[in-house]
Design a protein around this ligand. Structure first.
Ligand code: BG6
Length: 369
């Protein structure tokens, strides 16, 4: 059932082109318009939404952070991301005009379920992004947008994460389409590009030998940092989370802009730092800014492992290692940039002789608060 792979996690990482492709399947008509009849929420009701709150835990919350950047850009609707357990026991500003989107692979995470119930009590419209048919959270929500990643067996999430990001993109683009005009035109163009991503993930997965080698050399590493910006920021945090979960290594993800406000003090000779570099076409000169971050940490002796787009030569002088990802537009990059980080954590865990599929102290779904 592992399909020739040594672990479920490896199989699931290699399943990711399908997880993304299947989550896109059937969600556009022949003209390329998004069709989400399955939501069974009227366009009027969705059109009424003036604020979105995403609630989730763990990896799913990082998918929510990616969604925030994308949905705000595409729709101009404010999006907030809250850890479900924090949302539930705060005093959230949520009302009849709010859309609360929960994200959960299992659909059974108690913290997320409690947040959804609370949101409904407050009058919000609730949509569940979920991978498990008939599970509790979709049943307790007004609507569900299923991710079609297939069953995820390994405790640490990989393909469900990519599917969650994809479903959130679909939802955001659908909301953009409802807004009409230029919003709708842009949505169609992005959707077209999104359909090209599964093949790019497939290509990327064919180039992971060097990542495996780097992981093997690093079996004794005690601490690893991850830097990213914009949508690369949640990717950095997810890279760090994977390493904690799978290899029991102290790891932290930072927003690259925050470096000079504290984390740079951690940089010492030999410290491995992964940097998720925005594509050269990213807005606001983000690419240049991150390249200068790499330069700064390299000057302090960090060992820089850089995730950069094919053709990006600016990173080369400051990178100890360059891991290439295929080109795509800036907001879609997480579907590619996170893959080498997953592969790295998988092989580091293996190199340490650990149980990749069943890491210590963790459960696949946590059904207590
Ligand atoms: C944690 C899992 O307990 O729950 C993570 O170890 C997962 O992998 C998180 O991301 C949320 O789970 P779910 O099922 O709600 O997506």
């Amino acid at each position: 059932e592992k399909g020739g792979y040594a672990t479920f996690m490896e199989k699931e990482i290699f399943d990711q082109p399908h997880a993304v492709g299947d989550t896109l399947l059937g969600r556009t008509d022949e003209t390329g318009r998004l069709v989400l009849d399955e939501l069974r929420i009227s366009e009027e009701q969705l059109g009424n939404v003036d604020r979105i709150t995403v609630v989730a835990c763990g990896t799913a919350a990082y998918a929510g952070m990616v969604a925030k950047y994308a949905i705000e850009h595409w729709t101009r609707i404010p999006v907030e991301v809250a850890l479900a357990h924090e949302f539930r026991y705060s005093d959230p500003i949520v009302n009849e005009r709010s859309l609360v989107v929960s994200i959960s692979q299992s659909g059974e995470t108690m913290d997320t379920l409690m947040a959804v119930k609370h949101a409904r009590e407050l009058g919000a419209l609730t949509i569940s992004v979920c991978n498990t048919h008939g599970s509790t959270i979709p049943r307790e929500s007004d609507a569900v947008l299923y991710t079609h990643a297939g069953p995820e067996i390994a405790v640490a999430s990989t393909k469900a994460f990519l599917a969650q990001i994809t479903a959130c993109y679909v939802l955001g683009l659908y909301l953009a389409q409802l807004r009409g005009g230029a919003f709708a035109d842009d949505a169609q163009a992005v959707m077209k590009e999104l359909h090209e991503v599964p093949a790019k993930i497939e290509d990327l997965l064919g180039t992971m030998d060097r990542v495996r080698e780097i992981a093997r050399f690093m079996a004794d590493t005690r601490s690893v940092l991850f830097l990213g910006r914009n949508v690369g920021f949640p990717v950095a945090m997810e890279g760090a989370l994977k390493l904690k979960e799978l290899a029991y290594i102290h790891a932290e993800g930072f927003a690259a802009g925050e470096l000079k406000h504290g984390p740079i003090a951690l940089i010492e000779p030999g410290l491995p730092v992964f940097v998720v570099v925005p594509g050269p076409d990213s807005p606001h000169d983000l690419h240049k800014k991150v390249v200068s971050n790499i330069q700064e940490i390299r000057a302090r002796g960090a060992r820089t492992i850089v995730i950069a787009q094919e053709g990006d030569e600016d990173v080369v002088p400051f990178a100890d290692e360059v891991i290439r990802v295929p080109q795509t537009s800036p907001l879609l990059q997480p579907l590619l940039t996170v893959v080498p980080l997953q592969v790295f954590a998988l092989h580091l865990s293996t190199a340490k002789g650990l149980d990749v599929d069943q890491p210590r102290n963790l459960a696949k779904s946590v059904t207590v608060e």
